[in-house]
Design a protein around this ligand. Structure first.
Ligand code: ZN
Length: 329
């Protein structure tokens, strides 16, 4: 329970954690051992959530100071062909996934959005133009997510329930955003990365799905980490998946399924399977390494991932269970 002084998500992160711990008896400070009943399974086999953040190579936050938004329209787009390759890969392995899609991309490639939906995948929101939530005030964020949800629903002809913040930009400083997502009709967010990172992260957040303080329906589903010696290590995709050997990712995800008995959340980007994308000049060494490292190995690793684990859409893995939780009271 949140205390009487806690009026909502604008409160401290401890308020948020207290809300979680109240349901499972853990200490508010113990965020590594929370075991919410959010794992989905087929028989004894865990089902994990596969997700794609649909954006092009020039829209990543790391290039923000290098490529102006006004120039996006003049750059060669590769997102459509890359997403088509992902759709083919998922069809080959009979995987249905969640596509967190930018409104900017959907407006330019409405047929791509329809192909995603027609193939049985979940259409979800990644905001309109990849503006980080930390750069928006509450009215600005509300307008951004409401506009994008409406746009995607109009184009895709399906309800949009999920949202992922650009660059995992929801954290301790802007938890009010989760309440705004609930108020604008979203059912879940996957916007917090509970790790320490120079650009994002909220290391004190729970590792697994939780109901944020001040929300009645919305579930926050963090990207997956493993707990090792009181530290959380990322194992849910992005640059880390390209950096670490595949064997580490497999070991870590199995550990989440077997030891934590939780479903994992994995994500990647269309540009990560595209070693032939135009190379940006004049960016810093760190950004260069993060963006271009092991792009040529990505598709092979995704094939291993597809074979080694069971995957489904975010809504199927997490929302049906949360509905049961509510029904159970
Ligand atoms: Zn993104």
């Amino acid at each position: 329970m949140t205390n009487a002084g806690a009026t909502g998500i604008g409160d401290s992160p401890m308020t948020l954690l207290a809300d979680v711990s109240a349901r499972d008896g853990a200490s508010p400070r113990d965020t590594t051992g929370i075991d919410l009943p959010c794992a989905a399974a087929v028989g004894a086999v865990a089902v994990n959530a596969m997700s794609v953040d649909v954006e092009d190579y020039f829209q990543v936050s790391a290039f923000e100071g290098h490529i102006r938004r006004d120039d996006w329209q003049h750059l060669p787009c590769r997102v459509e062909s890359n997403v088509d390759r992902i759709l083919a890969l998922f069809a080959e392995f009979e995987i249905q996934a969640t596509f967190f899609t930018l409104g900017w991309v959907a407006e330019r490639y409405p047929q791509l959005v329809r192909r995603i939906v027609a193939a049985g995948h979940e259409l979800a929101s990644h905001g309109y133009a990849h503006v980080r939530v930390t750069q928006l005030d509450e009215p600005g964020f509300r307008a951004d997510v409401a506009r994008t949800k409406r746009l995607l629903e109009d184009i895709g002809g399906t309800e949009v329930q999920g949202y992922r913040a650009p660059s995992y930009s929801i954290g301790a400083g802007n938890l009010w955003a989760l309440r705004v997502l609930e108020e604008t009709g979203h059912r879940y967010s996957s916007s917090i990365y509970p790790i320490r990172h120079d650009l994002y992260g909220m290391p004190e957040a729970p590792r697994f799905a939780f109901r944020p303080a001040g929300c009645e329906r919305l579930l926050e589903v963090p990207v997956t980490t493993i707990a090792v010696a009181a530290r959380k290590l990322p194992c849910g995709g992005g640059g880390y998946f390209r950096l670490f050997p595949y064997a580490f990712s497999r070991w870590a995800l199995r550990r989440v399924n077997r030891r934590d008995r939780q479903s994992a959340v994995f994500y990647f980007h269309p540009w990560e399977i595209d070693p032939d994308q135009p190379v940006q000049r004049g960016i810093g060494m760190k950004t260069r390494v993060r963006h271009y490292l092991n792009l040529g190995r990505m598709e092979r690793r995704l094939r291993h991932l597809a074979q080694d684990f069971h995957w489904s859409r975010m809504d199927r893995v997490f929302l049906s269970t949360s509905a049961r939780e509510r029904a159970d009271g």
